[in-house]
Design a binder for this molecule. Sequence first.
Ligand SMILES: Nc1nc2c(c(=O)[nH]1)N[C@H]1C(S)=C(S)[C@@H](COP(=O)(O)O)O[C@H]1N2
Ligand SMILES: [Mo]
Length: 166
Amino acid sequence: MIRPHTAPQPTPAATLPLTLWGEVAEPLSLTVADLRAGWERRRAEVVFDCATAGPRHHAFAGPLLREVVAAVRPRFDPARRKERSRFPLAVSGGEGHHTVLSWAEIDADFGDAPVLLATRMDDREPDGAGPRLVVPSDRCGARYVSAVTGVRNGRHLLGGTPPSEA
Ligand SMILES: Nc1nc2c(c(=O)[nH]1)N[C@H]1C(S)=C(S)[C@@H](COP(=O)(O)O)O[C@H]1N2
Ligand SMILES: [Mo]
């Protein structure tokens, strides 16, 4: 009987593509290689704090989240600031970890935060690790989601009528 050297491994989440979906004109799945090739690379040197592991210092590089999301054309009228001000983004990654941002945080007319989908950390480019959300303005590390597989866009994440008014 021929035995493989190693047992077959399940596909790690980190090798899955990143899918931009939700309230967008064109959903899109991107590999780490696509992210490197398709957008201008920005750098961010950051310090963030982890409740369990202490302060982390890293140099990240990759495209701006807002430029990648712009490619799928989120369904808001760009000329209407109120629409942009209430458009949410939910980012999911490895271990089922997920978080939310608002478009206004990253929009140049509002928070203008240079949030990245980093493909490089400390001069290493581990393709298997997947992209990492980098939020340089955050003091805590919880939104530095690693192995990002999804960015869900849209107003369906918010809104509605408070029960007290229904
Ligand atoms: N996919 C994923 N990303 C994650 C987490 C996680 O559990 N899963 N933990 C977050 C938290 S709480 C912190 S503090 C940082 C820790 O980053 P490090 O492991 O590179 O030090 O990762 C963040 N990103
Ligand atoms: Mo953390």
